[in-house]
Design a protein around this ligand. Structure first.
Ligand SMILES: [Zn+2]
Length: 242
């Protein structure tokens, strides 16, 4: 089982680890990792693993194996494979990851402004989308303004751990209709926004920034109607274009 360091510290861009095994898909299994594995709509990290001799093993994706407790660091074509037991220094592509953290946090802020059940979400480096189960028509300029207010108010973002039983006792915490928080991995992590979770709290395994101000300028680029009760919101970086 790989120790998931990113769950405790999303800002950890490098760490040391040992190779446990190499999967036939050229997926390296490590004793611990700062590489986030694709899940919950957030793509896995890319980056490189540095060997003792200074050479690099390029990682083109990070995904889960058959079970959620397995994390595979997928080696890019042409890169060498490490030996079992080898010590490596892991480096994630931090610029990309930080964008994903800002975008992922922006998705949480949108779910505060639009308190409807989420039917799908995809975090991207340049654009993210969230699908809501809602029939109301909302204005993208007004929604952008409300999101940017939350950004500028610079609310703190922190993790809180609850048991599965506590989550079952508070089913309204889960906003996502289709994506259920991972089970069987022990405690569930709540991502809380604002002092005493005043703005929001919801179960999420992704990576987020520490203060809403770090999200920076974002706007709703588009709201599409996907069926009578579905609205797809696209979040983009930058100020709203005139
Ligand atoms: Zn999240």
């Amino acid at each position: 089982m790989t120790e998931t360091l990113f769950r405790q510290d999303a800002y950890l861009s490098a760490c040391e680890a040992h190779v446990i095994d190499v999967d036939p898909r050229r997926g390296i299994i490590l004793d611990k990792t700062c590489f986030y594995a694709t899940s919950g709509g957030q793509p896995g990290d890319i980056g490189f693993l540095e060997r003792e001799d200074g050479s690099k093993i390029e990682i083109s994706d990070t995904i889960h194996g058959e079970t959620k407790d397995i994390i595979l660091h997928i080696v890019a074509d042409g890169s060498a494979l490490p030996e079992k037991g080898e010590k490596l220094v892991l480096h994630i592509d931090w610029q990309r990851r930080y964008k994903l953290m800002r975008m992922h946090t922006a998705c949480h802020l949108l779910s505060v402004i639009c308190p409807f059940p989420i039917t799908g979400a995809r975090v991207g480096e340049d654009e993210s989308r969230i699908d809501f189960d809602m029939s109301e028509t909302v204005d993208k300029v007004e929604t952008t303004k409300q999101m940017m207010n939350l950004v500028k108010e610079n609310h703190t973002i922190f993790n809180q751990w609850i048991t599965e039983a506590e989550l079952d006792a508070n089913p309204t915490l889960v906003k996502s209709k289709n994506v259920r928080p991972p089970r069987g991995l022990g405690d569930i992590r709540l991502v809380c926004i604002g002092e005493d979770s005043a703005i929001d709290s919801q179960p999420c395994g992704g990576t987020h920034v520490a203060e809403t101000q770090e999200v920076g300028d974002i706007h709703i680029g588009k709201i599409e109607k996907k069926g009578r009760e579905n609205r797809r919101f696209r979040i983009r970086f930058g100020k709203i274009p005139n």
